[in-house]
Design a protein around this ligand. Structure first.
Ligand SMILES: Cc1cc2nc3c(=O)[nH]c(=O)nc-3n(C[C@H](O)[C@H](O)[C@H](O)COP(=O)(O)O)c2cc1C
Length: 196
């Protein structure tokens, strides 16, 4: 259930699947990876497939921070590598040390509750406990940005399966990035191709 103190729309989290960069930490090194935060009516949850660092950290700590950003390079880099330590900042709130992305427009820290684990994935309900709105920037939707997100998703599927159909999809979304994106989106796409 949503806490009464949080207006999640003001923080960028709306109904549906919100593509965020989730930061987690177990021990000393924070980790960042794109993850969908799923909001259906008054329930919020995350589905984490086995095999990722994020899955491991959430299993241990039951805590995530969802960062909202329009930076396509952050999506490309955090899909395939971990970010430099300098990309993170630390906040302490009520006995929780939380790591967020310095350049996020906003972030929401969630406790993970009622975790359900299957052979493939973990689904955890999310309860917001802290949040920050860093900068409020108006930005018109840009198809190139969403093209980078789609290319990243198909690239992770390509890495998992080796199925060449994903290369075709990456190329199709790459064409949209080339047509509609700015330098930020085009550079992020180049980064995606470097990791294939
Ligand atoms: C836009 C986007 C959304 C993603 N959403 C999820 C998700 O909801 N759950 C998941 O398990 N993986 C998701 N992934 C895949 C992970 O980001 C990817 O496996 C990543 O390499 C995990 O990194 P980690 O090992 O540092 O956690 C998504 C990838 C992208 C590009």
């Amino acid at each position: 259930m949503l806490g009464t103190d949080f207006n999640l729309e003001n923080l960028g989290i709306y109904e549906g699947i919100c593509e965020t960069i989730v930061t987690t930490c177990k021990g000393w090194t924070p980790n960042a990876a794109p993850m969908g935060i799923i909001r259906r009516k008054d329930k919020i949850y995350v589905r984490l497939y086995k095999g990722s660092k994020t899955y491991e950290n959430v299993l241990a700590e039951k805590f995530i921070v969802a960062n909202i950003t329009y930076d396509p390079m952050l999506f490309a880099l955090s899909t395939f590598t971990n970010l430099e330590d300098s990309a993170f900042e630390q906040t302490v709130h009520e006995n929780h040390t939380m790591y967020s992305l310095k350049d996020a427009q906003s972030w929401v820290a969630f406790e993970c509750m009622n975790t359900k684990i299957t052979s493939e994935a973990m689904v955890a309900e999310l309860v917001p406990i802290h949040a920050r709105l860093n900068k409020c920037r108006v930005k018109a939707p840009n198809r190139g940005f969403y093209g980078v997100i789609e290319a990243c998703i198909h690239a992770t599927r390509y890495q998992l399966t080796g199925d060449e159909k994903y290369l075709k999809l990456i190329k199709a979304y790459g064409d949209i990035v080339e047509k509609c994106g700015g330098d930020a989106e085009k550079n992020a796409l180049k980064k995606v191709y470097e990791f294939l």
